[in-house]
Design a protein around this ligand. Structure first.
Ligand code: P6P
Length: 322
């Protein structure tokens, strides 16, 4: 049996360039440090909220700010990274170097779950930029790499350069060890994730899709579905990458004015690249998420992603409703 592979072994074999491997190493080091901080945060007085509101209009948790600061600290040490876009920063942060890479991140996604010790995560996307004329509004199909760290019972790191999705687990020695070379999302599933408390806001395709699932064995699909909603996108998407399913935060009557709930550059795009590289699908209901050309670094989009047959069924309902 060959020796277990580390993240560095995998990057040496899979990264398109040593510079990009270095960028992923920087991000992984930030995630490993965040994992360490989260483990004892409640007794270190780091739980709870600040009195600040971020650009999203959300109250910032102390750990949102701490995690963002950890990303900045590590990124400043890598001259290949010239720009950071973060959910926690109103504007992009320029590192005053000639780096050819930009990172977009939600440094601590799902932080409302921190106080109840439920899995949260860091989501990241890597873009190529001209440091003298950076184009940050690239469609997700242009991403060079994407991934997330899920801070749960173990700390997982999921990574893709667009072709395959690999999974790693953080060891007690602080080393990411390869779990799976090529994660595959089951095409079919019996599990869906949506915040059902928003049912009164749903559009017809979403309502029909969920009703078909709830109808179970007696319904037109002739199969039973289960529902899971963690309230932390990283946790829900990780479950889907591991055992199939579909994650729904579609446009609804309340989110339409903002274009959706979840952010394109540092939530929808990285998760879409990971899922498509694992054989899944990611749609807005009106097209592929990775084809959306951003208009703003904090743009929101509708999100329908996971098992390809499930996404296709909801997409067909949207097409029929046109
Ligand atoms: P709701 C967390 O705030 C987040 O951005 C995602 O991680 C999560 O999937 C979603 O919002 C939860 O939204 O409306 O259920 O609170």
């Amino acid at each position: 049996m060959s020796a277990p592979k580390t993240l560095q072994d995998w990057l040496q074999a899979e990264a398109p360039s040593s510079e990009l491997a270095g960028v992923i190493t920087t991000i992984a080091a930030a995630c490993a440090e965040i994992a360490k901080v989260l483990r004892t945060a409640p007794t270190d007085g780091l739980a709870g909220a600040t009195d600040h509101t971020n650009v999203q209009g959300e109250t910032q948790k102390q750990l949102d700010v701490v995690s963002n600061d950890i990303f900045i600290k590590h990124i400043r040490q890598n001259a290949a990274i010239s720009i950071l876009i973060s959910e926690e920063l109103d504007e992009e942060l320029h590192m005053q170097n000639q780096g050819r890479f930009a990172i977009a991140t939600d440094p601590l996604d799902g932080s409302s779950n921190l106080d109840v010790n439920v899995t949260v995560g860091s989501i990241f996307s890597v873009l190529a930029v001209d440091p003298n004329a950076p184009d940050l509004l690239q469609p997700g199909s242009e991403q060079l790499a994407a991934g997330y760290a899920a801070y749960g019972p173990s700390t997982s790191l999921l990574l893709t350069f667009g072709k395959t999705t690999a999974a790693f687990t953080l060891s007690n020695e602080g080393v990411f060890m390869l779990d799976r070379e090529a994660v595959q999302v089951a095409a079919q599933s019996g599990e869906y994730a949506i915040n059902s408390a928003r049912q009164r806001f749903w559009d017809a395709p979403t309502s029909t899709y969920v009703a078909q699932n709830i109808a179970g064995e007696e319904g037109e699909l002739g199969k039973r579905y289960n529902m899971r909603w963690v309230g932390s996108m990283v946790a829900d998407i990780h479950r889907i990458l591991m055992r199939g399913g579909i994650f729904l935060y579609p446009l609804d009557s309340e989110t339409t004015a903002k274009g959706g709930r979840l952010r394109l550059l540092y939530e929808a795009n990285p998760m879409s690249l990971l899922l498509e590289a694992a054989g899944g699908a990611a749609s807005t209901g009106h097209g592929r998420i990775l084809d959306v050309v951003p208009t703003d670094i904090h743009q929101r989009v509708p999100v329908i992603m996971g098992s390809s047959a499930e996404v296709a069924r909801l997409d067909a309902l949207y097409a029929k409703a046109k």
